[in-house]
Design a protein. Sequence first.
Length: 638
Amino acid sequence: MVESDDLDGHLVREAAAKSLVDHIFFEADAQSSHERGQALARIAITATVALLLLLHTATTATPLSGRSELNLLVGIGYAVFSVPYYRWIIRQPRCCRWRRYLVIALDLGVTAYFTFAFGLAGLGFYAGFLWVIIGNGLRYGPHYLAVAAALGTAFFLLATLGNGSLSSQPGIVMGLLLGLLLMPRFFLAMIHRLGDANRLLAKKKQEAEYQATHDALTGLPNRTLLEGILARELAAAKRDGLRLAVAFIDLDSFKSINDNFGHHAGDELLRQFAACLQGRVRGSDTVARLGGDEFIVLLHNCGDPGTVAAVVGQLFACSGRYYRIGHQETYVTWSCGVAVYPHDGNSGSALIKHADTAMYQAKSAGSGQFRLYDVAMSAEVAEQLELRESLRRGIEQRQFEVHYQPQVSLPGERIENVEALVRWRHPLRGLLYPGDFIDAAEQTGLIVDIGYLVLEQAVADARCWREQGLGEIRVHVNISPHQLTQPGFVDRVRRMCETHRCPPASLGLEITENTLISDLDATSDVLARLRGDGFIISMDDFGTGFSSLGYLKSLPIDRLKIDRSFVRDIPGDAYDCTLIEATLMIGRQLGLGLIAEGVETPEQRAWLVQRGCTQMQGFLFAPALPAARLEAMLKKSG
């Protein structure tokens, strides 16, 4: 365990050191700059040495010996080599590893040659070894430091051994050699320490910034951060002509909770309430705590009052409920005021102030209330919020009904399939159709609960009809995109069928075309699992979205439904006739079942039959009927 801990610590230090070097030196532009600098320095140094040697020869009139001439040629040659190398760096600034290995080896090789050539005096080139080793390590990281140190030690040992310095002055050479071995380790340790210090400093800086901009109790943005976010969002809203809203929330009777249960209980309640708010807003919205029991929810890009109402309606789930604090539960309500930009203010402070004013108006009306500062928007948003609250009550009280529209097979108009369509038996407004509430249900996520109610009822009715001997009627149910992407959706559908002893082939699932396209991979996987179990998969409203023949072939689909918008004007509209004929041909070629919905006239029926479409649905045959009336129709037709 100790060895493992040491290894982990070593790896952490290595990572910290590498992070530091990467941060300072390892960007592509910085690497190229360092390489260019080294190349220019190499040209300048070698050219200067060669020039001085030539000047010395010229002024002293001393002819060059063979060794001196070779030294001069090596210096000039290396300077000349450095020129195309410099141009190479300019053309290809991103360095590859082997190029750096090459230049390290060449630098060390030339330095070793001059150390060898000048005998004991060549030890003056020791600084060149250190420059190559440490310079590469500091610029490019510990890996190159280690490579340069190993090569440099080997070259230095060979050079001093070759020129006799090792035998004539062993103490000096061994001391310098020891320096080559230890100096890289010293710089590596320095890099590690700098990395640790940099990491610790960055961590403390992040902690300080976080503490300065976030509430210590809940972790939410505090007033300082909220004002900055609000200023940026207001600037964007002014630039793009958008709306945003500020909801000011204050807990009712929070002081009594502190007095009765203690401040620790109040703190726990605030944490739970903050978590609830965060879980109920959109990803683009911001929840902040001003202090005490006051919270702000900043609603970004509220295009219409319905969006404001939808998000505020979601927040109602955090009010009028019990929160568990230790072994006790406390009932919590809140008062909420809403101000909307630009109607209620053009600055962050004005919006917060007006939302605060609206909140106090709500508090004066009783617990669990909200008010809009903008009176002009009050009626519309309040209507939206009331609809959402009514939806929640409707789900709890099971006010939703399932009606069934027959899907007939021609000739003979046999009923083998029906489509389940939801209706809301509202206690005050009577029977409501999907167009009156589906959008609100989708926005609040309540469509998932409604969808499961419809599925449960459809499966139960299918079993009932089968037990009455009315035939193997398959029920097709529309599935919302929210419902399809719910974790455990497939397992829940399976359990429903098992509970009601309903075979999967008796249940069809209808998915809209845009649902399939929104997340093709995830949707395809879910549908494949359902189809593998025996459920029938239909694509509803085919042709109204962004159709692609490619995904039609790859997706696990059993049949296509031709949308009513294409059927409505046939046979008089040549364009719609052509589209339907093409769809029928594609469906037959792909082996898919085809059904036309919205058939209302005998002319439409005749035209579709003539072109081979024998599955139809529409008012010509029957509207959507309650289960009892459908049973009577099935008995009569049987």
